[in-house]
Design a protein around this ligand. Structure first.
Ligand code: NAI
Length: 449
């Protein structure tokens, strides 16, 4: 269902009227395309406090495809600044926070529409409450700036100790691929539950998944179809798993992407074994995307509606994950990306079953991540979509749909491709230092965590 309000506010009279009436001002977001794969303009690099990230940070930023500057290029030009990276990893006290203000206050206005602000922070030091206070302050700062910056611009915080381990993350956040990811705090490397060894840099950043096999559950339509498409773009052989009733759609998607269809109900007790049998050479990327809703308030919810949602969204995710890890079908260097939901993190009336299942996914990810990495060399992360324009949300009544679309910092719904791009970053061979994260793809929804 097209977002007519977004199209309207993109016209001159629409812009004028919405401003006069104090209505939301969504900006058309700049997304990845083969013709325009990167942002336009310079990358402004700023520092607050004494950082120890160089020289790695300098070389990582130089490979983003953006021209790195240390001051707003004069004249800023029509394009302005595409991105600002503020290295605040050395901020240890309130004075250091003053440097954050001093660095960003004069330049925020120069950031182009759909531009990026990425703040780099350090892990919180449990033995130094001044450092911990200052570093935690960066989260409130980032989320507040994300809420006020407007014009399709995003603000995210990355906590890291080693810039090269964060290359895939910085490339993602500093590109049009992260259009709908804002207000997030992402831990990379040493601050994640376990510090992995050096990340595997892919030979080719354009096709990082070449030679790898990726299985997408619920891949026949919606977000899963977009994930399959994006992983195929990145070079993967995709296996599109969906219920037997959706076999025709799964085949259509698989054929278009040069992949394989696997008709299978993921709730089957032996689904993991059947996947392993269908893929005798194993797999590298496992995307748990299949999901259902069966909404009712708890007072009206029969056990059957409760059970079916818990079974598809959580029990089958746990079962297939366990089976594919135990059998070794999911190879070392593998990636698991599960699908949570902001409804699961924040809670939603009428969705006790769905909310429970999606919060359960986040719990699984956090607990399994360190062990899966230590024992199997596999990372485990989750995406938590907000309001995404799909058939599911098109069926939502008009007023609730409008509220869902506007109640986020970008004042619009996301597209399936936004979830897919985030999934592809987590599935990237160079994302080995990103583990146990639950990343919201929600345009910084007002529904809190
Ligand atoms: P969708 O309903 O369009 O697609 C889900 C796919 O999963 C369908 O192809 C369906 O046949 C398949 N599926 C369902 N049960 C299955 C089973 N037992 N075995 C195998 N395949 C099965 O849903 P959509 O919107 O694309 O959502 C995808 C995921 O994203 C779900 O996990 C959903 O909960 C989650 N999500 C979606 C949001 C949205 O705004 N659309 C927001 C937050 C989370």
């Amino acid at each position: 269902m097209a977002d007519r309000y977004l199209s309207f506010t993109g016209t001159a009279p629409g812009r004028f009227l919405s401003r006069r009436l104090g209505l939301p001002q969504p900006a058309a977001l700049r997304r990845w395309s083969p013709q325009r794969p990167s942002l336009d303009g310079a990358l402004l690099r700023l520092t607050a406090g004494k950082s120890g990230l160089d020289p790695d940070l300098a070389s990582v930023l130089s490979r983003t495809g953006l021209e790195v500057a240390e001051a707003v290029p004069a004249p800023a030009g029509a394009l302005g600044v595409a991105a600002v990276v503020l290295d605040a990893s050395g901020v240890r006290d309130v004075d250091g926070l003053g440097e954050v203000h001093a660095a960003l206050h004069p330049v925020v206005r120069s950031v182009a529409a759909s531009g990026r602000v990425v703040v780099l922070g350090a892990p919180l030091d449990a033995g130094d409450h001044h450092q911990a206070a200052a570093q935690q302050a960066l989260e409130g700062f980032t989320r507040s700036l994300g809420k006020e910056i407007g014009r399709g611009r995003t603000v995210n915080l990355v906590r890291l100790t080693d810039a090269s381990a964060a290359e895939s993350t910085l490339r993602f956040l500093l590109s049009p691929r992260s259009a709908y990811v804002s207000g997030q705090v992402i831990h990379v490397g040493a601050d994640a539950p376990t510090a992995p060894t050096a990340p595997t840099a892919p030979g080719d950043w354009d096709r990082p998944l070449a030679g790898r096999t990726a299985l997408v559950t619920g891949g026949a339509r919606g977000i899963g179809e977009a994930v399959a498409e994006t992983l195929a773009r990145d070079g993967a052989h995709v296996v599109v798993l969906d219920v037997p009733a959706a076999e025709a759609d799964a085949r259509r998607v698989a054929e278009r992407l040069g992949g394989t269809a696997l008709p299978l109900d993921i709730t089957a007790a032996d689904a993991g074994e059947r996947i392993a049998a269908a893929l005798p050479d194993g797999l590298d990327v496992l995307i748990h995307n299949a999901g259902i809703t069966r909404d009712r308030r708890l007072v009206n919810m029969p056990a059957e509606r409760w059970g079916s949602v818990l079974e598809v969204n959580l029990a089958s995710v746990l079962r297939t994950t366990d089976a594919l890890l135990a059998s070794g079908a999911l190879r070392r260097g593998g990636r698991i990306v599960a699908t949570a939901s902001i409804a699961g993190l924040a809670g939603n009336a009428g969705q006790t079953n769905y909310g429970a299942s999606k919060a359960g996914v986040a719990g699984m990810v956090r607990a399994l991540a360190p062990r899966a990495l230590a024992e199997h060399g596999v990372t485990v992360n989750a995406v938590a979509p907000g309001f995404i324009e799909t058939k599911m949300t098109a069926a939502v009544p008009l007023f609730i749909r409008e509220a869902g679309r506007r109640m986020n910092s970008l004042a619009q719904g996301g597209l399936p491709v936004d979830v897919a791009e985030t999934t592809a970053w987590l599935a990237h061979p160079a994302s080995g230092a990103v583990n146990g994260q639950v990343v919201r793809v929600c345009g910084q929804s007002l529904l809190g965590a």
